[in-house]
Design a protein around this ligand. Structure first.
Ligand code: FPP
Ligand code: MG
Length: 295
């Protein structure tokens, strides 16, 4: 991973603007899940650290823009760029990072470059769907999973596929692995928003629902409730909820085991990916630790 950090630093230095270097150094790097995946899959390839650095720049850009869109004041426990330096700066920093990523991408094989580039269109589409869907209560599971796939899983899918292409491994097998890893990762994230404490999350618990996001445990809950309770749930959607309402939602979720049901889907997707990747213990382990993850 040190080689990836070095490549990221080199690319940032090439941008040749102190303001960018300063702002970038203040971002928290996060788990670098996508970079780790690329290094694992294409470890023997000289350009793997560069590809990993490009994908991390694109990912960082998407989060900068996402925090502006979501009006988020924190990111990974630290103040977001839009909070400290304003939305204009956050958007422009995002533009610089992802365009730098694309500039470097053109040096790669066409199929590798296309895989990453196309995923950025997909994740932008996913973000747009997410915003649209938050305007009203969504109870459509398939639509939710489509959005989740586009918004979070496509870049992970593309990272796995592109790195497989780089070293001549089975691209579709790795793509499926990346897709399911991304989907189950996001479902676990959605679950933690409900089950983890504010302290552990670095943001208020049940924040997704307050922001209008009907994640799987809410969708499954809606399916189980009677008409009066359905109305009550819809009423609570998309606004600050008081302690009584959030306790009611939590109780109902426990009654209908909607968190467990969501976890089962994450597990099913993870198992599918473990099966296709059964000959690669390291990739299987990434999945296992992700499923067991707690903050
Ligand atoms: C986080 O979602 C957001 C994403 C994973 C993708 C955001 C994508 C864009 C803004 C498209 C623009 C892309 C580029 C490259 C500029 P979330 O809000 O559900 O998760 P969070 O809790 O981490 O904020
Ligand atoms: Mg967000």
């Amino acid at each position: 991973m040190q080689r990836v950090e070095k490549e990221i630093e080199r690319l940032i230095n090439e941008i040749d603007y102190d303001e960018v270097s300063k702002l970038f150094s203040m971002l928290s790097g996060g788990k670098r899940l996508r970079a780790k995946l690329i290094l694992k899959i294409a470890s023997e390839h000289n350009d793997a650290p560069l590809l990993a650095a490009i994908v991390e720049l694109i990912h960082a850009a998407s989060l900068l823009h996402d925090d502006v869109i979501d009006d988020a004041m924190t990111r990974r426990g630290v103040a977001s760029v839009n909070a400290t330096d304003g939305s204009k700066t956050a958007v422009m920093l995002g533009d610089i990072l992802y365009s730098k990523g694309f500039t470097e991408l053109v040096a790669f094989d066409k199929e590798v470059a296309r895989t990453i580039a196309a995923s950025v269109t997909a994740l932008s589409k996913g973000e747009m769907m997410d915003v649209k869907m938050a305007e009203s209560f969504n109870s459509d599971e398939a639509l939710y999973l489509d959005m989740l796939y586009l918004k979070t899983a496509t870049l992970i899918e593309a990272a796995a596929k592109a790195s497989a292409l780089l070293v001549g491994k089975d691209a579709s097998k790795h793509a499926l692995y990346g897709k399911n890893l991304g989907l189950s990762f996001q479902i676990i994230d959605d679950i933690l928003d409900i089950t983890a404490t504010e302290e552990a999350l670095g943001k208020p618990a049940m924040n997704d629902f307050v922001e209008g996001k009907c994640t799987l445990p809410y969708i499954y809950l809606y399916e189980e409730l009677n008409d009066a309770d359905k109305k009550r749930l819809i009423k609570a959607h998309g606004q600050k909820i008081d302690a009584e309402e959030s306790a009611w939602i939590q109780t109902k979720m426990q009654e209908f085991k909607t968190v467990e049901k969501s976890f089962q889907l994450a597990q099913k997707l993870s198992n599918e990916a473990q099966t296709v990747m059964s000959d690669d213990a390291e990739l299987v382990n990434i999945l296992k630790s992700m499923i067991q993850r707690s903050y």
